[in-house]
Design a protein around this ligand. Structure first.
Ligand code: CA
Length: 172
């Protein structure tokens, strides 16, 4: 037992059992509306203990009992990029950005650049993997988009930034 003599306790206040026909709460990052996993993914260089595919694996922060499911770039904290390209034009109107589940430089500003020539500044991405940032915009037809990290602060010992998840939603 750690610390010596210490005790652990678990309190369970409610359990809800689902009937076979009860609606299940699906992971919105893995539903058909999130088209990011279907895109070709190209990023700036990736730190060896992270993986660009973690950007679109539907897992925010830590996998249960596993390592962080993040993408971290080796670029300076103001120059990392992610590019998503689809084989067909996509009509989109919403993006979610989630910060890494491990301590890195929080992104304080980034730019979304779309293939139709438009751009949207993201502003700060909350430094809480459970929160994330939702960006809504008028529907636009695009073939690709780029997320350009323009500022992260304060620098951490590794001078790196990244994301746990990037989701792009098809307009309904
Ligand atoms: Ca992830």
């Amino acid at each position: 037992m750690n610390p010596p003599g210490g005790r652990y306790a678990l309190c369970l206040q409610e359990v809800r059992l689902l009937a076979p026909n009860d609606p299940r709460h699906e992971n919105p990052l893995l539903t058909g509306n999130n088209i990011a996993p279907a895109a070709r993914l190209v990023t700036s260089p990736t730190l060896m203990w992270s993986d660009s595919m973690h950007l679109v694996d539907g897992i925010v922060g830590l996998a249960s009992g596993g390592p962080p499911q993040d993408w971290l770039t080796t670029c300076d904290i103001d120059s990392g990029t992610v590019r998503l390209t689809w084989t067909e034009p996509q009509r989109v109107d919403r993006i979610w950005l989630f910060p890494p589940g491990q301590p890195v430089s929080p992104i304080t500003d980034a730019m979304l650049i779309f293939s139709d020539g438009s751009m949207i500044p993201t502003g700060p991405i909350p430094n809480d993997p459970k929160q994330g940032l939702q960006i809504d915009f008028m529907p636009r037809l695009i073939e690709w988009l780029v997320l350009l990290i323009t500022r992260s602060s304060p620098p951490n010992p590794f001078s790196t930034a990244g994301l746990s998840e990037l989701a792009v939603f098809a307009a309904k």
